[in-house]
Design a binder for this molecule. Structure first.
Ligand SMILES: Cc1cc2nc3c(=O)[nH]c(=O)nc-3n(C[C@H](O)[C@H](O)[C@H](O)COP(=O)(O)OP(=O)(O)OC[C@H]3O[C@@H](n4cnc5c(N)ncnc54)[C@H](O)[C@@H]3O)c2cc1C
Length: 241
């Protein structure tokens, strides 16, 4: 396993609680849209075993073309040790990234794509949308729906409806509006539905989508194969109740 140590080159305040850390891109480091990585802080590998409290999974919110690795995260006042340290890091400080992989690349199957996310889950989809704007081949259209109760919606310069690009973006701040809209979107029985958020959020979205007749093969989650089948079989077993 290769560990890439790299430096923070910019910190963007996306909203009062959300920051994007832009990291220098190591020469031989590349990734696909939808990738997540292991983001680690100094000292994580100092002992015999890696110190898990200094490592978090994070999506990469940029594309390789931007030449910076973007990590977008919410840091609340009450936060973990990891985020307390991260909050105090500055431009020039070193961090590590390793084991980078995409479970949710943009599928080019001549279908409508629906991106369903909660809060900073939108960061996972940012590079998918940028990739689509660069090359729309074999993607009919993209519709993003994000719920954020803070109302400080993210990346609004990119997530802005653009009919000429066949891109629609919706932000809502409450669950009622969110799930009503998910039901509306699920009227498209042939669409591809990507879902990113907490596990509870995934479970609830899968339930609503399945109730509307969307098949597990149409649902894309940022999970490895094994976890994916657990999530989608949870849903299948609930069908028999
Ligand atoms: C594939 C994948 C991709 C991911 N991508 C991203 C991403 O792009 N961005 C991202 O932000 N996360 C992402 N995550 C989730 C990420 O790995 C962390 O689990 C998440 O950010 C929470 O971080 P944390 O554990 O440091 O807790 P925190 O965010 O600090 O806290 C989690 C919750 O616990 C509360 N809390 C924590 N500590 C305390 C305390 N001492 N007292 C009271 N309350 C407390 C906080 O208020 C908060 O509500 C991803 C996860 C996976 C699996």
């Amino acid at each position: 396993m290769q560990i890439y140590w790299t430096k923070i080159n910019k910190i963007i305040e996306e909203s009062p609680e959300v920051k994007t850390y832009l990291l220098d891109c190591p020469e031989d480091f590349t990734w696909e849209e939808g990738s997540h990585t292991h983001f680690a802080l100094e000292g994580f590998n100092a002992g015999e075993k890696p110190n898990r409290s200094l490592i978090r999974h994070m999506s990469i919110s940029t594309l390789p073309q931007s030449n910076s690795i973007g990590i977008t995260t919410r840091i609340r006042e009450q936060c973990s040790e990891f985020k307390t340290i991260l909050r105090n890091l500055e431009v020039g400080n070193e961090v590590a990234i390793f084991k980078t992989h995409s479970n949710v690349p943009l599928k080019r199957e001549d279908k409508n794509v629906y991106l369903l996310s909660s809060g900073v889950g939108l960061a996972t989809f940012r590079p998918l949308v940028l990739e689509y704007f660069e090359r729309a081949d074999n993607v009919n259209q993209i519709h993003s729906l994000n719920i954020d109760s803070s109302k400080d919606f993210l990346f609004t310069n990119i997530f802005e409806s653009a009919p000429d690009k066949k891109f629609t973006s919706q932000f809502v701040d409450n669950r009622k509006d969110y799930y009503e809209e998910v039901k509306n979107l699920a009227a498209d029985k042939d669409g591809l539905f990507y879902v990113v958020g907490s596990d509870e959020f995934l479970v609830q979205n899968i339930e609503v989508l399945r109730e509307q007749g969307i098949k597990p093969t149409q649902i894309m989650l940022d999970k490895h194969k094994q976890q994916l089948s657990e999530f989608l079989s949870f849903d299948l077993s609930s069908e028999t109740k």
